[in-house]
Ligand binder design. Structure first.
Ligand code: 2RA
Length: 331
């Protein structure tokens, strides 16, 4: 059977990536419908050598699709997706609106595709920084058990969208030319700077991005007691999120076994020859689907702990590709 696929938020960075990946992976579709806000309706997008016009999103039109891949702001998603989704129109949502809702699966196909129910209506796509992390945590949790996870992220500005990309370029140019260090998109300047602030802050001092990493990892791994601390940092990079991880396991391990385990886990690519300058980098993650994992080394004090470093394309595996892979599980 071929499907009518809809893309909600088709004009955004993730929406555009979804369209590109649907074509790249030759998804079995008989038609594609593109929806966006009024501002973008009427524009056209080339899909498989034909021009597809972006339509204004209405519940009626969206419900004419079999599967919708959605990447809209959480507030809009929370309102309109429940009106659209049913067992005949399944919505795979990239916003944070439904990720922690009971009964709504939060899916990384390589990790927990078994959590997709028989007749899903809404399936939540996890946060980009969570997706690349759980690909590493899953095999290690299964074989050794996880005692504690400490992760620091280095997140590119494309995670904030097109305007943030433009602001990094403008700020960098202005700083080089005039020394002006004013922030154009974030509260503080991002050019030549690092901002330990992604999303709003909770009363206990964690940012919402850091709370997402804890709560989403627990749900995806099926480990409600997972002990995870994250520090999420915005860095002056266009694409790709990197993450430094310190993992305390419950069992002793052989470091080569760890490397083989990660090298063989779907969605991961071992890239770990530091002496040859081969280690995960955002630039290297830009055009690939895999999450790069390297810099794997045992803690010099605790033999049951290790450090490693990962990088993935936050718009592809961190959002659009993961959503398309979920759709592939449904057809
Ligand atoms: C970010 N993870 O990087 C968030 C949302 N994409 O801004």
């Amino acid at each position: 059977m071929n499907y009518t696929i809809g893309v909600l938020g088709a004009s955004g960075l993730v929406g555009q990536e979804i369209i590109k990946i649907l074509e790249e992976r030759n998804f079995p579709l008989k038609d594609i419908r593109l929806f966006a806000s009024e501002r973008s309706t009427g524009k056209t997008v080339v899909f498989k050598d034909r021009e597809v016009e972006i339509e204004k999103l209405t519940v009626k039109a969206a419900k004419e699709c079999d599967i919708l891949l959605s990447s809209m702001p959480s507030g809009i998603s929370e309102k309109i997706i429940p009106e659209i989704a049913d067992s005949d129109t399944i919505v795979i949502d990239n916003s944070s609106a439904f990720r922690q809702k009971d009964g709504i699966p939060l899916i990384v196909p390589e990790v927990n595709s078994g959590d997709i129910p028989e007749r899903p209506e809404i399936i939540a796509n996890p946060n980009c920084s969570t997706i690349q992390l759980v690909l590493v945590l899953k095999p290690l949790a299964e074989r050794y058990g996880l005692d504690e996870v400490v992760v620091s992220t280095y997140q590119s500005v494309s995670g904030s969208g097109q305007k943030a990309l433009e602001s990094l370029k403008a700020e960098t140019k202005e700083q080089l030319e005039s020394g002006n260090k004013e922030g154009k998109y974030y509260e503080r300047p991002i050019a030549f700077n690092l901002l330990p602030a992604i999303d709003y802050f909770h009363d206990d001092g964690f940012s919402n991005e850091e709370v997402k990493m804890l709560n989403e990892s627990r749900k995806i791994l099926g480990d409600p007691e997972l002990h995870l601390n994250a520090t999420c940092v915005r860095v002056p990079v266009y694409y790709g999120h990197a993450e430094s991880c310190y993992l305390k396991l419950n069992k002793e391990f052989n470091i080569d076994d760890i490397k083989e385990l990660l090298a063989n886990f779907p969605g991961l690519k071992l890239y770990d020859n530091p002496e040859l300058a081969e280690y995960p980098e955002p630039i290297l993650s830009e055009e690939i689907d895999e999450t790069l994992v390297g810099r794997i080394r045992r803690d010099r004090v605790n033999p049951k702990a290790l450090n490693l470093y990962i990088a993935a394309n936050n718009l592809r595996k961190g959002a659009a590709l993961n959503a398309v892979q979920i759709a592939e599980e449904l057809v």
